[in-house]
Design a binder for this molecule. Structure first.
Ligand code: ATP
Ligand code: MG
Ligand code: FE
Length: 352
């Protein structure tokens, strides 16, 4: 089917168009720069930016794919999880389109979209299932066991406090680097020693593993970096920012890849998909490749434009729902900022 997908859960306004598993358009506008001075995404600012960007981005995607609204088979939109005000902008636009064109509308789960992005690659053989998926961005850190993208996704674990990308952003701010912090830390860490400072690995001790084997925690790590930096400053010493960046990045990459590989081994799944903005991290990629190779696990990482939030992955997820014979979402579904991983589609009223 020919499906248009709209994404507005965070700071990217994305509209993508796919035909089957072929990517026809992927237009993305980001309000990232507007959040820079706050050091993180401000929900109200993001929502306002979506209102401004949604129509031009929609136009750009239709032009890029060279299709008209009439030709579409369905419209898909992120129903959650995400920032409620931001989600509402995309959902409102999608409902307007659905009402005007009479096309079926699918409210889809953002995280399912992130995994579905891997299906849109034209540079790799088709993704086989089951797979383990590790989704890491500014808003989420989730480890999933995917047997079927529409009907059988199991949440193995997630962060119990900060998301990994959020930790990158906060630590970058702490050591005087700009926003977003991930790319800045990646850049400066090259000149540092990853073993210079032994920062803590969250939820990795034996007694944590009993209850939180596949969960993550990054707020202790962030606090530990803050304390370490403060002590240096109080003593009037220079802060070796490259060493701090490299050691922090190592701690995050170590935990993420250890738990992802552990999930593969424990579920006897020999495939791992990485997604989300943090999948751009050079050390995360390197360590994941190393550890996957060691255990015979196939590692799959979509290109960056499909890793970060985009409309094409939502279109792909909508296409899967449609092909699976799912009933379209009713036009009165709402934004669900905590839509659970087990729901590939926005919950139908009456079934709640
Ligand atoms: P959502 O959580 O809804 O997906 P988001 O806007 O936070 O929304 P993305 O746009 O996918 O998610 O990713 C942005 C995050 O990824 C930021 O926190 C940023 O610091 C982080 N990031 C980007 N590049 C890198 C990198 N090279 N290393 C580490 N983190 C990175
Ligand atoms: Mg973003
Ligand atoms: Fe996302």
């Amino acid at each position: 089917p020919l499906v248009l997908g709209i994404e507005s859960s965070c700071d990217e306004t994305g509209v993508g168009i796919v035909r089957g598993r072929t990517l026809l358009a992927n237009a993305v506008a980001s309000s990232m720069d507007e959040h820079a001075r706050f050091g993180g995404v401000v929900p109200e600012v993001a929502a306002r930016a979506h209102v401004e960007a949604i129509a031009p981005t929609l136009r750009a995607a239709l032009d890029e794919a060279n299709v008209t609204l009439d030709e579409l088979d369905a419209i898909a939109v992120t129903a959650g999880p995400g920032l409620a005000g931001a989600l509402m902008v995309g959902i409102g636009a999608a409902k307007g389109l659905a009402l005007a064109t009479g096309k079926p509308l699918y409210g889809v789960n953002h995280l399912v979209g992130h995994v579905a992005a891997e299906l849109l690659r034209d540079d790799a053989p088709e993704l086989e299932l089951p797979t383990i998926a590790l989704l890491v961005s500014g808003g989420h850190t989730s480890l999933l066991h995917v047997r079927d993208l529409v009907n059988d996704v199991e949440l193995l674990g997630e962060t119990i406090d900060d998301a990994a990308g959020e930790a990158f952003d906060k630590v970058a701010r702490l050591i005087g680097l700009g926003y977003p912090g991930g790319p800045q830390i990646d850049r400066i860490a090259v000149d540092g020693d990853p073993n210079a400072i032994a920062f803590p690995r969250g939820l990795m001790r034996a007694r944590d593993l009993e209850r939180h084997r596949f969960d993550f925690s990054f707020s202790g790590l962030k606090t530990s970096v803050a304390r370490w930096v403060e002590q240096r400053q109080d003593a009037g010493e220079d802060v070796p920012v490259a060493d701090v960046a490299a050691s922090f990045r190592e701690a995050v990459a170590d935990v993420l890849t250890t738990k992802a590989v552990d999930a593969c081994l424990s579920r006897e799944v020999s495939r791992l998909v990485l997604g989300g903005g943090v999948a751009a991290n050079a050390r995360v990629r390197e360590l994941a490749a190393e550890r996957c190779a060691k255990h015979g696990i196939e590692l799959r990482i979509p290109p960056l434009r499909l890793c970060t939030d985009n409309g094409a992955m939502i279109a792909m997820a909508g296409s899967l729902l449609m092909s699976a014979g799912r009933t379209p979402s009713p036009l009165d579904f709402g934004a669900d900022s905590t839509l659970p991983m087990t729901a590939a589609q926005a919950t139908l009223p009456g079934l709640q």
